[in-house]
Design a protein around this ligand. Sequence first.
Ligand code: GLN
Length: 409
Amino acid sequence: MCTSFGATTCGSRILENFCAPYDATAIRKLLDADAVLIGKTNMDEFAMGSSTENSGLKQTVNPWAPDRVPGGSSGGSAAAVAARLCPVSLGSDTGGSIRQPASFCGVVGLKPTYGRVSRYGLVAYGSSLDQIGPFGRTVADAALMMNVIAGHDPSDSTSVDETVAPVPDYLAGIDEPVEGLRLGVVSAFNAGSEASVQVALNVAIDVYRQAGAEIVEIDLPHFDYAIAAYYVIATAEASSNLARYDGVHYGHRTANPADYIQVYSRSREEALGQEVKRRIMLGTYALSSGYCDAYYLKALKVRNLIRSDLVRAFEQCDAIVMPVAPTTAFKIGEKTDDPLQMYLSDIYTISANLAGIPGISVPCGLDEDHLPIGLQVLAPAFSEAKLLRIARMFEAATDWHRKKPALVE
Ligand code: GLN
């Protein structure tokens, strides 16, 4: 997020010395609310990754275990809250980058509905998917942040008109349970996760059942195609969005180029990381003439099917509960040589971005290695207030959100 103070690097060497001339709207709103901004945090380069290992500048470790990743791409923001460096932080979520690091670091992370929080000043990755949201130690912290950052912004044409979807007070009534709550579950999803995640999820479902919720089995038939569709759409959008880092408009410029072609090619070659290059090439390929129909347009059709699956599911239930990620925080270096394995970490989070709906991660357990597990709750567009109340119901009945890493005991 652009800030008029300090550097705005996006975790990339290409922007290592870039100072933005203005504040992102979310930042400006926080400053106007007298927030004290104490720093900016590490992330995967241009938000591409699930472990923060793709940062071109720094390494971030998980405060719960220094040999583990904090998740990503907003890993620094989640780790900072978990390590009690700050009570709240901001991240961006294009395919899970708030919810997954929140889960890995044992904090709360909320991805709002697409258009609820202004993206003005958020450096674009996949513009149709990106959304800014808060991290906090509790659901109430996330609600408080939403009260400050949500709302229409004339500077972001995709931010939603408040006459269409009014912005509620997210904190008011947060402790009131949702009466007659119906929660959707997809048993097959839970079964696809690590044993500790499955156990925690089943216990969480029981917590809701005891609070009076009705659990309904739902079907999301196109979810299996979410990762494939996402990695075409997100990379296609990224290949266009990242064209501006060319040594001319923005960013690092190569020394002594022989001609103008070299200005572009060498500047990008020298300062962009491997994963970013991979995605620019993938996205450019998916958009190229002859392949656009087969890949990009097809992915958009799959996106529509996933969106319709969710709309249909929400006719049967108020919210859906599922894991945030199939595993807890993995070891640093464990997946860096295998991008496909890394992409699979996003299996449960990506659909919310494809459909534009809000999702939250709340701490719901610790595995045998004492690593946090997150519970994901998804709800229909613009129902963040209800989503926060549903998450708060769980928090009120459990004390997982009070657990802290040994580091801060
Ligand atoms: N892990 C996903 C990716 O690499 C999501 C990242 C994000 O939400 N920014 O694209």
